[in-house]
Design a protein around this ligand. Sequence first.
Ligand code: GLU
Length: 297
Amino acid sequence: MSDYRGRFAPTPSGPLHFGSLVAALASFLDARRAGGEWLLRIEDIDLPRCPAGAADEILRQLEAFGLHWDGPARWQHARDDAYQAALERLTELGLAYPCSCSRKQWRDHPVYPGWCRAGVREPDQPVAWRLRSDLGLRPVSWQDRLFGEQRFDPAALGDVVLKRKDSLWAYQLAVVVDDADQGISDVVRGFDLLDNTPWQRQLQHALGAPEPRYLHLPLITGEDGQKLSKQNLAPALPTGDAAVRPLLHAALAALDQAPPEALATAPVTEQLAWAVAAWSVARIRPLAERPRADTPG
Ligand code: GLU
């Protein structure tokens, strides 16, 4: 029995695009290659930013690409109590504090300067909750499976928000609570989250949660060199088989897995069977030498 447990954790602020397919595919292949489980977690903590139907579309898109997850999908909107318990624990430990400051007040500083650490400055204002990045595990280092040795001082990154002034939970806290609760052994995700990992390591350490292994992936950029994202209107992944097959092949190529040309028209099950057997993290080229991917679709 493998002790590998991976996950894909999309934010349903819109449908999946080619960049999210690459992240989902890499985490799926890594899990299946290890004989492990692959879970799906819908990170819908910011419900006002998640249009109705987007999460269901994501489930349909993953199924169309043959990326079948184990067990029921987990939904973060239903996890308030767990996040609250974690925040209370951090507060008891002196590692979380309420903060009334607005971004405008500290705009001349590179990161929030921690003014409310000594007590809320404006007690009659709404408060956010922040992490005491200066008091937790420091420095934070880990061995990224692709990008190698990483070392950060979280205090230089600032006291990240754990709960927002509008009472919504912040990604950093929710992701750590759920990765721990779901027993995730391996986090495979985009490079844009690499510098969020130090806060997550601090939170894991403070909450006594195990440290997962991390594999951050090169980001897929469009022809303009920008990261593919919902913000720059990357096209939604199709769900029709004829369009899905070449896109899955393109995603394998974007992960430098060198899929045989003939596989581009093969059914997704066949492409995935080949890709699980051939999966090699060592083949993935980190950022610099990467040619820009075509953005199929
Ligand atoms: N929900 C995050 C996103 O869609 C990913 C979280 C993670 O993989 O840690 O960007």
